[in-house]
Design a protein around this ligand. Structure first.
Ligand code: A3P
Length: 274
């Protein structure tokens, strides 16, 4: 794998007013000719909202709860990330070429940048929203370790940018709202990270129903157990440890960091634990 020098921390680039990681911005044009298939499933989230968690749950469902099959490849290969591009690494579109139906796709794009074909084909969408405070903290730590992002600066300055929609993928507020509104006209299962934490079995059952799948009680328990934070953190197929350090530096922060709700906001006086 050959990495070019300038992968590290390029400034964000705006596409239709939405700031994006430079390489991802370059993919928005080519993605417009992406052809969705009616049996695709799209997992859409604002970053750091539980994308990997739900991706693993859905892949386990598709594989009938068979752990061995879910170990066939890292999550970013099993669930291609549509707009992903990074020098020296297969892009999302390249990964897709090797992906058999039924495909599970991932995106963080706001609706204005989404390939139209996904809407035209009425592709089922699972959207996951997470409270903005935990997203901001998780995103700050992710910016530090994932070097395709610009340097996040101090927490205070990052939080200002986050609230102003000047981080990669733009405004959290607009994202969670517009995908909610899409669910009026499009098949969207709108989930909340906090609900998944509270009762993962109940939420997994919702996903099963939305997908029109059924599994035994035992298999559902197995999926819930395998997709717990503790297990996924140790699993190299879900914890992103297979990504080169030049792109994600786990010595700065783990990808699977804390996996909790309302993590750093209990200190009061505006102080947070990062
Ligand atoms: P933290 O940084 O707060 O720990 P995404 O996959 O959208 O990038 O989201 C990553 C966030 O989801 C991280 O949050 C990560 O720890 C958390 N996460 C991933 N898998 C999880 C799981 N099985 N249970 C709870 N949280 C999980």
């Amino acid at each position: 794998m050959e990495l070019v020098q300038d992968t590290s921390r390029p400034p964000l680039v705006k596409v239709k007013g939405v700031p994006l990681i430079k390489y991802f911005a370059e993919m928005v044009g080519p993605l417009q000719s992406f052809q969705a298939w009616p049996d695709d499933l799209l997992i859409s989230t604002y970053p750091k909202s539980g994308t990997t968690w739900v991706s693993e749950i859905v892949d386990m469902i598709y594989q009938g709860g068979d752990l061995e099959k879910c170990h066939r490849a890292p999550i970013y290969v099993r669930v291609p990330f549509l707009e992903f591009k990074c020098p020296g690494v297969p892009s999302g579109l390249e990964t897709l070429k090797e992906t058999p139906a039924p495909r599970i796709l991932k995106t963080h794009l706001p609706l204005a940048l989404l390939p139209q074909s996904l809407l035209d084909q009425k592709v089922k969408v699972i959207y996951v929203a997470r409270n903005a405070k935990d997203v901001a903290i998780s995103y700050y730590n992710f910016y530090k370790m994932a070097k395709l992002h610009p340097d996040p600066g101090t927490w205070d300055s990052f939080l200002e940018k986050f609230m102003d929609g000047q981080v990669s993928y733009g405004s959290w507020y607009q994202h969670v709202q517009e995908w909610w509104e899409l669910s009026r006209t499009h098949p969207v299962l709108y989930l909340f990270y906090e609900d998944l934490k509270e009762n993962p079995k109940r939420e997994t059952r919702k996903i099963l129903e939305f997908l029109g799948c059924s599994l035994s009680e035992e298999s559902v328990d197995h999926i819930v157990q395998h997709t717990s934070f503790k297990v996924m953190k140790k699993n190299p197929m879900t914890n992103y440890s297979t990504i080169p350090t030049e792109i994600m530096d786990h010595s700065i922060s783990d990808f699977m960091r804390k996996g909790v709700c309302w993590s750093g906001w209990v200190l009061g006086e505006g102080r947070v634990e990062l």
